[in-house]
Design a protein around this ligand. Structure first.
Ligand code: FES
Ligand SMILES: [Fe+2]
Length: 436
């Protein structure tokens, strides 16, 4: 099927294969913005990103530009980044603090942090013509805004499931597992984030996150080099090497082992990887963390919290979250073949400093733009995109591994093994539903 001859978007997705147009066609991409990114809930930022009145960040909901800020009364707002006068982008910086008001750099219209028009210069020219409180002259806002445990989402759709219904147990587990690990039940974002523009479709990134076949292939050399360095470090110093080496050496896991984990596909495309990594070793950091949580919640609850077996959660279509290591990557699609990812990490309030250091080491060694792991992955993403943009060579992407074998109960699919392509099928099933 050539790229532009398909009948409708739904025909591009079959239960076990996907047409390449889903990744390579700008028409499909534009329809994805309309039907997925402007209909579902999109993560905007964390409340701790704007701790003080006047603090703001600018970001994206699909191609729409928004401001995320805190007003004088302490409330957090998501506003369109467009001046009501002649439409200029109001905030041109990535983040900052404006004390009391946004001031448009073009003709100096001023807006309060809740989006209301505060003042216009040389008012005489508008006397009897406009009123400052005219609803059309305020900064407009997405139809809905909701927060879950400090994580702020917005939706451009007036109708649709509430944030809670949309998240369900699958997506909620990402934020619960981060916050519950704090003795205060809260986390704090660490500023700033890394940003990468990937020359590939946004779905390629998401699909790779729960792809358990590729690490032993793609990251093999990185894992081996780290394992070797670990040995040298120990021989030279007689001490255990810093944990960052271990995060990389974990990639030497033999390929069969990955099938011992499993993934769970939830409604709306949210997908969870469980069973990866032993997160309760008896190292001093874990012991200190256990003590802090026991003091806050008692031993039974501490055990429950630290035994939670959620390694990676995809909140479809906008987030990849690794709760036990407090990592979050936000996806901002720019074009069919271009995706911005924001790479964030968090600090658990009240937890021992070593817990934060572990998160920072993972952030630097595995998720940052400079790590070899990320370089390996980016190369694959680009190779996939380049191949999918070819006219020849076949039209379909195969998602057949363990197809038809993953048990389904009450709309939730549990994979037969970690290597099943269940996560990709679950996300594409949600894609098809959104796009129909
Ligand atoms: S465009 Fe913003 S003040 Fe004129
Ligand atoms: Fe990878």
């Amino acid at each position: 099927m050539p790229l532009d001859s398909y009948e409708n978007f739904a025909s591009l997705v079959e239960p076990d294969r996907v047409h390449k147009a889903c990744y390579a066609d700008e028409k499909v991409f534009e329809a994805e913005l309309e039907n997925i990114f402007y209909k579902s809930w999109i993560y905007v930022g964390h409340e701790s990103q704007v701790p003080n009145p006047g603090d703001y960040w600018t970001t994206w909901i699909g191609k729409e530009r928004v401001i995320f800020c805190r007003a004088e009364d302490g409330k957090v707002h998501v506003l369109f980044n467009r001046c009501a006068h002649r439409g200029a982008l109001l905030c041109n910086n990535q983040h900052g603090n404006v004390a009391k008001a946004f001031r448009c750099p073009y003709h100096a219209w001023q807006y309060n942090m809740d989006g209301s028009l505060r003042n216009v210069p040389l008012k005489k020219g508008y006397e009897g013509i406009i009123e400052l409180n005219d609803p059309q002259l305020q900064l407009q806002r997405p139809a809905r805004q909701e927060t879950y445990r400090g994580f702020v989402f917005a939706s451009l759709a007036e109708q649709g499931p509430s944030l809670d219904e949309w998240m369900g147990q699958g997506a909620r587990s990402a934020f619960d597992d981060i916050c519950n690990r704090s003795p205060e039940g809260e986390c704090e974002i660490v500023m700033n984030c890394f940003r990468i523009i990937q020359h590939s479709n946004w779905k390629i990134f998401l699909e790779n996150q729960l792809d358990a076949v590729h690490p032993s292939v793609t990251h093999h050399s990185t894992g081996d080099a780290a394992a070797q360095e670990q040995k040298i470090y120990k021989e030279k110093t007689g001490e255990d090497p810093p944990i960052g080496y271990q995060f990389l050496a974990d990639f030497t896991l033999p390929i069969e082992k990955w099938d011992q984990f499993y993934t769970v596909g939830h409604p709306f495309g949210h997908t969870v990887l469980s069973g990866y990594m032993d997160l309760r070793p008896k190292d001093p950091v874990t012991v200190a963390h256990e003590d802090a949580l026991t003091k806050a919640y008692g031993k039974e609850r501490m055990d429950e919290i630290l035994s939670t077996n959620v390694h990676h959660v995809l909140v479809y279509p906008c987030l990849s979250v690794q709760p036990p290591l407090q990592q979050l990557r936000a996806i901002r699609p720019l074009a069919a073949n271009k995706t911005l990812t924001e790479i964030w990490h968090f600090r658990l309030k009240g937890a021992p400093e070593g817990v934060y250091d572990r998160s920072l080491q993972y952030y630097y060694h595995v998720n940052s733009p400079s790590t070899m792991v990320n370089a390996d992955d980016l190369n694959n993403f680009r190779a996939c995109q380049d191949g999918l943009e070819l006219d020849g060579g076949g039209d379909w992407v195969s998602l057949h591994r363990n197809y038809g074998q993953d048990p389904v109960k009450d709309g939730i699919t549990t994979s037969v093994g970690g290597m099943s392509e269940q996560p990709m099928r679950n996300m594409m099933a949600a894609w098809k539903e959104y796009m129909s």
